[in-house]
Design a protein around this ligand. Structure first.
Ligand code: NAI
Ligand code: 15L
Length: 265
């Protein structure tokens, strides 16, 4: 691939992906609304607010694929979510359609299904149960990706990421953790697959404590290798698992289920 666009490249996952995706494309185009000042020789930077349709069109021009990580990544007020995750995603797909880009990885989230309880094992076909406005915006994103696939043939891997951090941070994340290496392997599988379609994929490592039935990406050859179990002793040493009626022990989405509706300040 000549040029892979990474949106949200200034964020936690974007920063972790940059070195791991070094060989995915001749050039990595790093985009964010925040400046990126440490681009390497194989990288180029674009300052772009996803809410700005014209800027998004220019951001995607000349790219061969899009790793879409940009947007509000936690609960927030509706206007912020509207700008980054709803209008922002519409701008991205419209730009991809206009510029002839046919493959996207969309960073969806476990918060699309966050109100399921932790003793339920889910398939990707189970109805959504979002736990926050943020989760609702990811449900919108999944529906938008599906429509652009059916109507215009743009292929998207809809990856419902669990918790993508260096290490799991609490008991819940022993079930939801996605290692940076497993995610980078998934990105490679998505952009190298001869045919992708528009699958929904659980973005979790091979965690024995996981809740989600089969990752959904076998067809493109992704088999996560890491396991959160190596961190179990460390997590248990931090304190006992919260009681069963605590949202972090009861719901798959954890504390997002008790977030209030935020107002823009
Ligand atoms: P992050 O918050 O660290 O990074 C998101 C980036 O998007 C930031 O650099 C931010 O400046 C940028 N951004 C926000 N609004 C924007 C806008 N309107 N225009 C342009 N850029 C904008 O988030 P993180 O953890 O790196 O996550 C990456 C993606 O993966 C996000 O879409 C998040 O929702 C999704 N995700 C992440 C999970 C995780 O565990 N890290 C779990 C599930 C989903
Ligand atoms: C997400 O969707 C968030 O982007 C991330 O910050 C974590 O909260 C993650 O889910 C999680 O559920 O652990």
């Amino acid at each position: 691939m000549k040029r892979l666009l990474i949106t949200g490249a200034a964020g936690g996952v974007g920063r972790a992906m940059r070195p791991r995706l070094r060989d995915m494309a001749q050039t990595l185009r790093l985009a964010d609304m925040l400046p990126i000042t440490d681009a390497d020789t194989h990288e180029e930077t674009v300052l772009c607010d996803l809410n700005d349709a014209q800027a998004v069109r220019e951001m995607v021009r000349g790219c061969d694929g899009i790793l879409h990580l940009g947007g509000k990544s936690t609960e927030g007020d509706f206007e912020t979510i509207l700008e980054g995750n709803i209008r922002g995603l519409y701008n991205l797909y419209e730009a991809a359609r206009a510029e002839g880009i046919t493959r996207v990885l969309f960073a969806s989230s476990n918060h699309t299904i966050g109100f399921y309880e932790q003793d339920q094992r889910l398939k990707t076909t189970d109805p959504m149960r979002p736990d926050s406005l943020y989760g609702v915006s990811k449900c919108f994103g999944e529906a938008l990706a599906s429509m652009y696939h059916d109507k215009f043939g743009i292929e998207t891997a809809i990856v419902r990421i669990g918790s993508c951090f260096e290490t799991p941070a609490n008991h819940r994340m022993l079930s939801t953790w996605l290692s940076y290496n497993d995610f980078a392997d998934l990105v490679a599988c998505v952009f190298r697959a001869p045919k992708l379609g528009c699958p929904v994929i659980w973005g979790a490592s091979a965690n024995p404590a996981g809740w989600w039935e089969s990752v959904g990406a076998e067809a493109i050859g992704w088999h996560p290798k890491d396991s959160s179990e190596i961190f179990r002793a460390q997590i248990e040493a931090m304190g006992p698992k919260p009681p069963v009626d605590d949202p972090n022990s009861r719901y798959q989405g954890g504390l997002f289920t008790v977030e209030p509706i935020h107002q823009r300040q």
